[in-house]
Ligand binder design. Sequence first.
Ligand code: SF4
Length: 366
Amino acid sequence: MPQPPPRPLAKRRPSRPLQVGSVGVGGDHPVSVQSMTTTRTSDINATLQQIAELTASGCQMVRVAVPTQDDADALSTIAEKAQIPVIADIHFQPKYVFAAIDAGCAAVRVNPGNIKQFDDRVKEIAAAASAAGTPIRIGVNAGSLDGRLLAKYGKATPEALVESALWECSLFEEYDFRDIKISVKHNDPVVMVNAYRLLAEQCDYPLHLGVTEAGPAFQGTIKSAVAFGALLSEGIGDTIRVSLSAPPAEEVKVGLQILESLGLRERGLEIVSCPSCGRAQVDVYKLADEVNAALSGFPAPLRVAVMGCVVNGPGEAREADLGVASGNGKGQIFVRGEVVKTVPESKIVETLIEEAMRIAEEMGID
Ligand code: SF4
């Protein structure tokens, strides 16, 4: 019944661990999921409300944008009241880096491509971050690559992204600051995957994976799943952010599902449902949706098979914790491989819920 322990597909790339507040990143820490708020950070209530929603959806760290002084002023309250570590996202203005560190943010993200005079301020930033124990993410983006590197490479190639990131790291390293994680994001998953592969070979900093500007929900989900899947299956990646033109809780849902699919995170509810075909003797889509809705939030890992007929139905249902194989207006209900009852089609969903509750009770879960 319990799922096997999470296991990576390839040996995890060794990386130096760091702490983003309560969440460990890199080293042996599990790959974490993060997202970013879409509210004005200066609107403290709206931002905290969205962070609460993200926390409820399983988000482990959250980034907030800091484009103005009002946003910087809001950071201390947000960092104090948020349930998960808050990361300040700083572009253009080094002064907000200091504000974020002072405000108690769990980490700061800087973009070397667009922080003017950043090189000159590195010493002070390293000193402030070091004193406060605040890690820094060097976040290189294809869309805002340093002009010198664009001139050198002609466009945002994997080599250009990696050179930008490692050059910025070297500035911090001069001051013995290594509490760093890195991202090298591109909107093209192939370029992005190659950039991270290259980066992984050249440093031992933990890596934050992201396909930037990945697009609307469907396209962004596919791009992220493909790119993260390739990298994570090679052991590359320590924290992930799925970028979607969709509410941030959707990003978290996709991120968690990617990790669960790779066995890098304990599975929650997993519905194994057939695609249906001409043999189906029940409306599989409707039944799968109903079972998914009814068991959503189930407090234990549970694999539930919903099958449309008796061809593959009994086999799949047997492999699951709980399952139904439909046929002739009835559903055979399986629990851990045994048929426990046969019920009319109208009773399938409620019977599965009853059996799920029984399983939870046996596991000592309320
Ligand atoms: Fe078709 Fe049955 Fe397979 Fe579902 S389980 S796809 S209905 S053959």
